[in-house]
Design a binder for this molecule. Structure first.
Ligand code: AMP
Ligand code: ZN
Length: 508
């Protein structure tokens, strides 16, 4: 039985462009590094897709029983307006445009990002590693590779990409076409060479600058991830994640630095994983396009953040995902159907409990379940039907995190009626430890569409609905209709007979 419920975990490795069996460097452990946000602005919902993906990976590794060490960095220095070495530092630019200090901007947008992380049920990593707190280590790292792998120009210290084996293997872009995407910097030996340290130009002062053997300046963006991943996860660790744009420049450059540092062909992480883009009608969602969608905007429209999480899980992480409000509302409806199914199971459980004399033994865990615990649970073991559900789900997520399939097997399970509700609830708890949808605690009411701009309160809507109910009960239909019209005039649509029992909604 145990065998059938522990499908081998395979993950698609961007380095080999193949699915590969996960074999941890340290038995029983999984060490993961995720490239985090550049905190010069709010994150858009495309960015948040990258963290939902990394969180799902972490949850699956925990589910499989690995002790997870997950690091996410916060880039608060060094990322230029172009991913290559051109343009201004995003932080400094945001500071000069807003009149605030770069440090204040970093703090503000880091907090905003953490708020979104929480609202999307993304688990806290073992550490948020903040770039500006590691500059000393970055300088030490740069010193250790400078002689053999770098050269100095007036503008800074540059990494010579011809000094490491197979530069660009990850990007597969060692072609003229690949290189032509990189903006030229005067004096660079190769188009793909990149800044390790950027000197503050003569006569200028930056808000964020440090002394170094190459003069006052700031670290190049790629340096921080090599330094912090090694520091917290070791010279060779398991998995490195990021959005697919990082496969082209940022991650090949990290790999080059890692190889220089270890004087070997070791790429640092064994597996490099990349989520595909969230796109909208205009193409890849990005901040440079001006207006962009934030999680807060979805919340302002009245949509629960976990509907966005579900929308992401409905697509495989390696597929492009198109954002439209219709797609989001469809995900919200799907989530609501699941929550209602869980509520029905909870009600059956409550009925059984009240009919039973021994109530106390039947408590339900809500999270943190691993495969081992589910296998060890007598309630679940006792019924093969439920084990099949777990097996299906386990196979789906073990196959390069196939969350769309995992959701389907969960829904089949939620739809099966002839199940001991306590067993169902345990399975839902186990499943939700992977999906992170709060299925045992969300309520129908939580998922109501409630735009923040609505002028009418829910208490008042409910009061009006009670009055309408009374009017109907007294066969005073004109009065009931008048209440309905009045609510409609205030943007509230009454949904009599709605199969999902929304009861009412405020127009988005
Ligand atoms: P940044 O803050 O620009 O460093 O980006 C944070 C993360 O979001 C990185 O992993 C990016 O690769 C990822 N990312 C950026 N745009 C998108 C998008 N439209 N869809 C999915 N991921 C994205
Ligand atoms: Zn990075």
């Amino acid at each position: 039985m145990t065998e059938s419920h522990s499908a081998p975990l395979t993950l698609f490795n961007s380095l080999t462009r193949q699915p590969e069996k996960f074999r941890p460097v340290h038995p029983g452990e999984a060490r993961v590094y995720t490239c985090g946000p550049t905190v010069y602005n709010y994150q858009h919902i495309g960015n948040m897709r990258a963290y939902i993906f990394a969180d799902t990976l972490g949850r699956v590794l925990s589910w499989k029983g690995y002790e997870l060490a997950h690091i996410i960095n916060i880039t608060d220095v060094g990322h230029l307006t172009s991913d290559a070495d051109a343009g201004d530092d995003k932080m400094e630019k945001a500071a000069s445009e807003s009149g605030k200090s770069a440090w204040d901007i970093a703090k503000f947008y880091t907090q905003a990002y953490w708020r979104d992380i929480e609202r999307l049920n993304i688990r806290q990593p073992a550490r948020w590693s903040i770039a500006t707190e590691h500059v000393e280590q970055m300088i030490d790292f740069a010193k250790s590779i400078a002689d053999k792998h770098c050269y100095e120009l007036d503008s800074g210290l540059y990494f010579d990409t011809s000094t490491v084996p197979d530069y660009g293997r990850l990007a597969r872009a060692n072609t003229d076409e690949g290189e032509s995407r990189i903006d030229p910097v005067e004096g660079k030996r190769h188009a793909t060479d990149f800044a390790i340290w950027r000197k503050t130009p003569e006569g200028e002062t930056r808000q964020m600058e440090w002394d170094s053997p190459w003069g006052k300046g700031a670290p190049g963006w790629h340096l921080e991830c090599s330094v912090m991943s090694k520091m917290y996860l070791g010279e060779t660790f398991d998995i490195h994640t990021g959005g697919i744009d990082h496969r082209e420049i940022h991650h090949p450059n990290e790999i080059a630095q890692n190889q220089a540092h270890s004087c070997s062909a070791d790429t640092g992480a064994n597996i490099w994983m990349h989520n595909n883009f969230l796109v909208d009608h205009g193409g890849k969602m990005s901040k440079s396009a001006g207006e962009f969608l934030t999680l807060q905007l979805l919340v302002d429209k009245g949509v629960h953040p976990l509907a966005y999480r579900l929308m992401c899980l409905q697509a495989h992480y390696r597929s492009e995902l198109e954002f439209t409000f219709d797609n989001l509302l469809a995900a919200l409806t799907r989530l609501k159907r699941m929550v209602m199914a869980v509520e029905a199971i909870k009600n059956r459980h409550a009925e059984l409990v009240s009919a039973s004399t021994s109530q106390s033994a039947r408590t339900v865990p809500t999270d943190g379940w691993t495969l081992k615990q589910v296998q060890g649970d007598e309630d679940i073991r006792s019924n093969i039907q439920y084990l099949d559900q777990i097996r299906e789900l386990d196979e789906a997520i073990s196959d390069d995190l196939n969350t769309p399939m995992a959701l389907l097997s969960l829904e089949v399970f939620l739809g099966s009626k002839a199940v001991d509700p306590i067993v169902s609830l345990k399975e839902i708890a186990a499943t939700d430890a992977i999906l992170g949808l709060d299925l045992l605690t969300l309520t129908r009411e939580d998922l109501r569409i409630r735009p923040t701009s609505a002028e009418i309160t829910e208490v008042e809507i409910e009061r009006q609905l009670d009055l309408r109910q009374n009017a109907k009960a007294n066969k005073n239909f004109p009065a009931a209709d008048a209440i309905r019209d009045e609510l409609a005039a205030r943007g509230v649509e009454i949904m009599d007979g709605d199969p999902l029992r929304w009861d009412w909604r405020i127009d988005v």
